[in-house]
Design a protein around this ligand. Structure first.
Ligand SMILES: Nc1nc2c(ncn2[C@@H]2O[C@H](COP(=O)(O)OP(=O)(O)OP(=O)(O)O)[C@@H](O)[C@H]2O)c(=O)[nH]1
Ligand SMILES: [Mg+2]
Length: 437
């Protein structure tokens, strides 16, 4: 009975047929095994070369001890002429034949089990079938002439287990492993007869393995499989794209890999605003590249001209702050509400950092305790262009009595502290302490 004849059988009778699905690498012996099971020599075309032969699924029925079986032979996997994606969609088509449940999957493997075979098996499990797939799988190890010797089979199983960790995992998950040999029926009539005899024993072993009963396995429908395949391969494509992009990014910032790594751990990423994470101790992370760094002969340096160190200033009276800065091309100042830490440091044509400075006055309680950085008595960004390096601002309406510290903070265009070429250097900033009396 052919597959076409089977289509004529009423639906309720179809359920009585035990469907056996053959899968495996090209040339592993699936079609040969199918012929052995249906007791025909050439029902399924068998390849005489190493090339892949079966190009689409075929199915034939046979009867054994009053039980009807349907053998479904499939295309060979790991065929170099076919992509994994194509192989999976060809196999998915086979799902049409699996309606009404599957009795057993025979994973046919020859004298070696490759990494690629393992990969195909798991892809098949994930994209076409599901987690139950392995419980219904029997591994058929073909081309094993000593298959009638239990001892040799055991040794070979142990050998496979040891030499191939990937296969060992599959063996453990699957229902069973059966060793057979289905030698070709070619050559002298004597050897053909002998090989026919060998095949009979192979068949017996496989039919016996069917006796260890299992419930029917209902694989996903073709529609479900098609959807899974589309999403799986689209996902894969997307992952590959992402990976390519990530590789590109890693190349660009190869010197910053450690930094990016630490940024991956951070929950909050810089977004151009001044993020105040408050009690969240993890803060936030910026992966901004440092940018252009000046020569060691063009490092920023500042001195506060007014007020002077230790000066006594009158309480609540205006006073002027004057600073002088060198090697900073001033007047470059971004909007701190939208462009905070958004651009890398840049140099002008003379190799000077483009940026600006700030002045901040904090009240000191004494000479031993660092002041709280969130509190200040006066703050001003010195955004203008300096005249001969001098920048100034007026503190109005002066300050209440007390001990104060005035400091400068020189910055690049988007407010990050100026980045200098060497660690051992003079400070880019200056501080003075003064009394308001
Ligand atoms: N000696 C021996 N040869 C086998 C056995 N099984 C298959 N062969 C030979 O291996 C070759 C490939 O067998 P096929 O049955 O065409 O393999 P297949 O898995 O259907 O291959 P594809 O259709 O390409 O996927 C043929 O030359 C077979 O005669 C076996 O158990 N023992
Ligand atoms: Mg074949």
């Amino acid at each position: 009975m052919s597959f076409e004849d089977f289509e004529e059988i009423p639906v309720n009778k179809k359920k009585e047929v035990r469907k056996i699905l053959l899968i495996g690498r090209t040339g592993s012996g699936k079609s040969t095994l199918a012929n052995v099971l249906v007791k025909k020599v050439e029902q399924f075309a068998v390849s005489s070369s190493s090339g892949s032969l079966t190009k689409s699924a075929q199915s034939v029925f046979f009867e054994e001890n009053g039980v009807k079986y349907q053998v479904i032979d499939t295309i060979g996997l790991c065929d170099t002429m076919m992509t994994k994606e194509r192989a999976m969609s060809e196999l998915a088509e086979t799902c049409r034949m699996l309606e009404g449940g599957l009795y057993r999957i025979l994973l046919v493997t020859g004298d070696r089990f490759t990494e690629e075979e393992k990969d195909m098996y798991y892809t098949m499990k994930e994209t076409i079938f599901d987690h139950k797939f392995t419980h219904y799988t029997t591994i058929i190890r073909t081309k094993f002439p000593c298959f009638l010797n239990e001892e040799d089979c055991k040794k070979e199983e142990e050998n496979l287990d040891k030499t191939n960790p990937g296969f060992s995992k599959i063996i453990k998950e699957c229902k069973d492993i059966v060793f057979v040999d289905n030698p070709p029926l070619i050559g002298l009539s004597k050897s053909i007869e002998a090989n026919k005899e060998v095949r009979k024993y192979s068949r017996k072993k496989i039919i016996e393995s069917f006796a260890s009963n299992c419930e029917k396995y209902y694989p996903p429908t073709l529609k479900e499989v098609s959807e899974k395949l589309v999403s799986c391969f689209m996902e894969k494509e997307k992952l590959e794209e992402d990976l390519k992009e990530a590789k590109k990014a890693t190349l660009i910032v190869s010197s910053n890999t450690q930094f990016l790594g630490s940024c991956n751990k951070s929950r909050i990423k810089a977004n151009g605003t001044q993020i105040k994470t408050g009690k969240d101790e993890s803060g936030f992370c910026s992966s901004l590249i440092q940018g252009q760094i000046p020569s060691n002969l063009k490092m920023v340096s500042t001195i506060i001209l007014n007020p002077t160190s230790g000066e006594q200033i009158k309480a609540n009276k205006n006073f002027i702050i004057k600073i002088k800065v060198i090697n900073l091309n001033t007047g470059f100042f971004s909007d701190p509400n939208t462009e905070y830490y958004t651009s890398s440091q840049e140099l002008d044509n003379n190799g000077l950092i483009k940026g600006h400075s700030h002045v901040v006055i904090q009240k000191l309680t004494d000479d031993e305790n660092p002041p709280d950085p969130t509190t200040f008595a006066f703050f001003k960004g010195l955004n203008d262009k300096a005249a001969n390096g001098v920048l100034s601002t007026i503190v109005t309406p002066g300050l209440p009595r007390g001990l104060y510290r005035l400091c400068t903070m020189s910055s690049s265009f988007t407010h990050q502290p100026v980045i200098m070429p060497v660690a051992q250097r003079g400070s880019q900033d200056d501080c003075v302490r003064f009394n308001v009396v």
